[in-house]
Ligand binder design. Structure first.
Ligand SMILES: [Zn+2]
Length: 659
């Protein structure tokens, strides 16, 4: 009997192995629009002999109602015991079909007989690589293009210039590479901590690098043969400290001596600035065939423009009402230059400040509302909101991840995003992009760890119709793909070991002050109100990110009084605090507890002090400030005091627990 059992389970195991080796379209990322599985299977090797039909009348009729871009990329596949047929009307469609077949072939030795009909939801499906903060070379980029192509992505945006380094060869301004591409400090963190010093390439200890024109030619060609467009980004007018180090004459000047003023913004009053960008962008256009040229446009500090005599003269002469309009003047001029070359200006959503240049396209990163607004004004928009698409944020519990910039965007959060939500005119919504900023991503391994599997989700959101998407099904496929690319030498995040959201945020904490009124001696931050005056006694605790609406922020010390309703014995007062120094959020250096019977006359009962060592508190951190007391009182006052240190701007807490 026992023997029979063993052989039966062995048979079942063998059967299961055989079944899993038969791959169907339900394994593919991004999930095809529709498919049906029929009887039978064929060996995977048959993929090589797939026959292409480009004029199948029924297929042509079926794709006729689609948008141009979708028609171009649409394909059909029929797998029957007699062979494999691809239907498509363009090289791109044939390529996407072959990608699906190769994907299935990579998973097993035989393919289930099936029919597939597929096309993309959006025309732009991409990722952005920041190779300025920490340089990544040509070979690394080519390696990632292989995965992006297998996900049917069609856009790779390279952030080529920023304060931390210039990363592309420009012949007309050679110092950009011989000087602004090198620095003291191998990683962005070392460079930043050391005072942001640039180096000449030949200096001892210089670190950096850039893509040569030949590197770019190879990247563009490799990507194009996989139907991926490479969008170059040359950041202006802010984030340009490296340009000003190499060419100080492009900086604003002071009011008295006309000496260059240090800032990350180039001078807009100086004609030489425009000559510089015309030349640089001219060479960029020669290197990159992309219709869109990204000019950055984000986070200019604008301070130097207010004082610089040249910028002031420009504002006066052009009738510009302030520095926002001055920035807009520059963006419009650059936009005209690009359009004279047959290209379209693309920029971060700050390019809307002071008026958006005609024909410009916008990448919406500060949430989704700027993108929605640009679409209402009939501009084309790519959605890459930092609430869903920022791949430099933590993807799991911060204590189990390498340091990240902050936030918390796990795979299911990325996947839950629908770019079309809230959009008034879908025809202006070009698509979706995941952004991988690299301040804290210093190695190739960490770069891939942050990118995969979250890039899989970006790809599926961009391609698959909203109604066929399901997270549990996607997660199953993402896990399988992660394992396969890990075997091919990619360092992916291990989804199987995902810890998930902060446990405290999943349960309501029951305590004596729950539901009690809170009086604010200092108001909470209007920017981070959580749910308002009930937030600190509602029993709800925060998640890993302070933006999850349970953490309440204070841009000051915190000073609140909890009214227990009547005099009660109290033996404990505690609160969690959150810190992320890169986001100007810090732990308090002390928490003072005092109690009162009447709400006006308080007696101090405990002061908890904490040494805060910012160097040892990198990334996101959580600390419980819990205090044992033995009092009888109705009112509990909690005062949390910030340290007098740089970046100790905000305090965040989620609940005042009293027992
Ligand atoms: Zn100026």
């Amino acid at each position: 009997m026992i023997k029979l059992k063993i052989s039966l389970s062995a048979m079942l195991l063998a059967l299961a192995t055989t079944l899993s080796a038969q791959v169907g379209p339900d394994e593919v990322i991004p999930r095809p629009v529709r498919y049906s599985v029929t009887n039978g299977m064929v060996p995977s090797s048959m993929v090589e002999d797939a026959v292409v039909i480009s004029d199948d009348a029924e297929f042509v009729r079926e794709i006729f109602p689609l948008d141009d871009f979708a028609r171009r990329e649409a394909y059909g596949i029929e797998i029957t015991p007699g062979g494999i047929t691809i239907k498509a009307v363009s090289d791109e469609g044939i390529y996407r079909a072959r990608t699906t077949l190769e994907y299935m072939k990579g998973m097993g030795e035989s393919l289930k007989c099936c029919t597939i009909f597929d096309y993309p939801r959006f025309r732009h499906r991409g990722v952005m690589f920041d190779i300025s903060r920490n340089f990544r070379d040509k070979d690394f980029i080519l390696k990632q293009i292989d995965v992006l192509a297998s996900l049917k992505m069609n856009s790779l945006h390279l952030h080529l210039a920023d304060d931390a380094g210039w990363r592309v060869e420009i012949g007309s301004y050679p110092e950009l590479c011989s000087r602004a591409a090198y620095r003291f400090g191998k990683t962005w963190e070392e460079w930043s901590a050391g005072g942001c010093h640039y180096a000449n390439r030949s200096d001892a200890g210089a670190s950096g690098g850039f893509l040569t024109k030949e590197d770019v030619r190879q990247i563009v060609k490799y990507a194009a043969s996989r139907h991926i467009n490479v969008i170059p980004e040359i950041e202006l007018p802010g984030h340009s400290a490296e340009v000003l180090d190499a060419y100080p004459s492009l900086a604003c000047v002071d009011e008295v001596g006309g000496e260059p003023v240090f800032s990350s913004d180039v001078c807009i009053g100086n004609e030489a600035t425009f000559a510089f960008y015309d030349a640089v962008l001219g060479e960029i256009i020669d290197m990159f065939p992309s219709e869109y040229i990204h000019i950055g446009g984000d986070e200019a500090s604008k301070g130097s423009w207010e004082k610089c005599p040249r910028c002031k003269e420009r504002m006066l002469k052009e009738g510009l009402s302030g520095v926002d309009e001055l920035q807009s003047y520059m963006i419009r001029r650059i936009g005209k230059f690009l359009s004279s070359k047959g290209r379209i200006l693309l920029g971060w959503d700050e390019i809307m400040q002071g008026g958006l240049a005609a024909g410009a396209a916008v990448m919406s990163w500060r949430g989704t509302q700027n993108g929605e607004e640009a679409i209402r004004a009939s501009h084309d928009v790519i959605m890459s909101p930092n609430t869903y698409c920022y791949l430099d944020y933590y993807q799991d519990a911060p204590m189990y991840c390498p340091r990240a910039i902050g936030g918390y965007i796990p795979l299911d959060k990325v996947y839950s995003y629908d770019p079309a939500e809230g959009i008034s005119d879908i025809s202006h919504l070009l698509g979706i992009q995941g952004n991988l900023w690299c301040e804290f991503i210093s190695s190739a391994e960490q770069f891939e760890y942050m990118l995969y599997p979250r890039a899989f989700a970006i790809a599926e959101i961009g391609w698959s119709p909203q109604e066929v998407r399901s997270y549990p099904d996607f997660r199953r496929r993402a896990l399988s793909l992660s394992k396969r690319i890990s075997k091919r030498g990619y360092n992916t995040f291990n989804l199987e070991e995902e810890f998930g959201e902060r446990p405290q945020s999943k349960e309501v904490v029951s305590h004596m002050a729950r539901g009690c009124a809170v009086k604010y001696n200092i108001p909470y931050s209007k920017k981070y109100p959580s749910t308002g005056t009930d937030a600190l006694t509602d029993g709800k605790q925060g998640g890993w990110s302070y933006s999850n609406n349970a953490w309440q922020g204070f841009s000051s010390d915190m000073d609140v009084v909890v009214d227990l309703g009547e005099k009660k014995p109290i033996h404990y007062v505690g609160a969690w605090f959150f810190s992320c120094i890169t986001n100007w959020v810090a732990f308090p250096e002390k928490m003072e507890i005092s109690v009162s019977d009447d709400g006006s006359d308080f007696r101090s009962v405990y002061t908890l002090r904490r040494e805060i060592d910012d160097d040892n508190l990198k990334g996101s951190n959580y600390a419980l400030y819990g205090v044992p007391i033995s009092e009888n009182a109705r009112y509990v006052r909690v005062r949390a005091v910030r340290a007098d240190k740089p970046r100790h701007e905000f305090l965040f807490t989620d609940e005042i627990v009293v027992n």
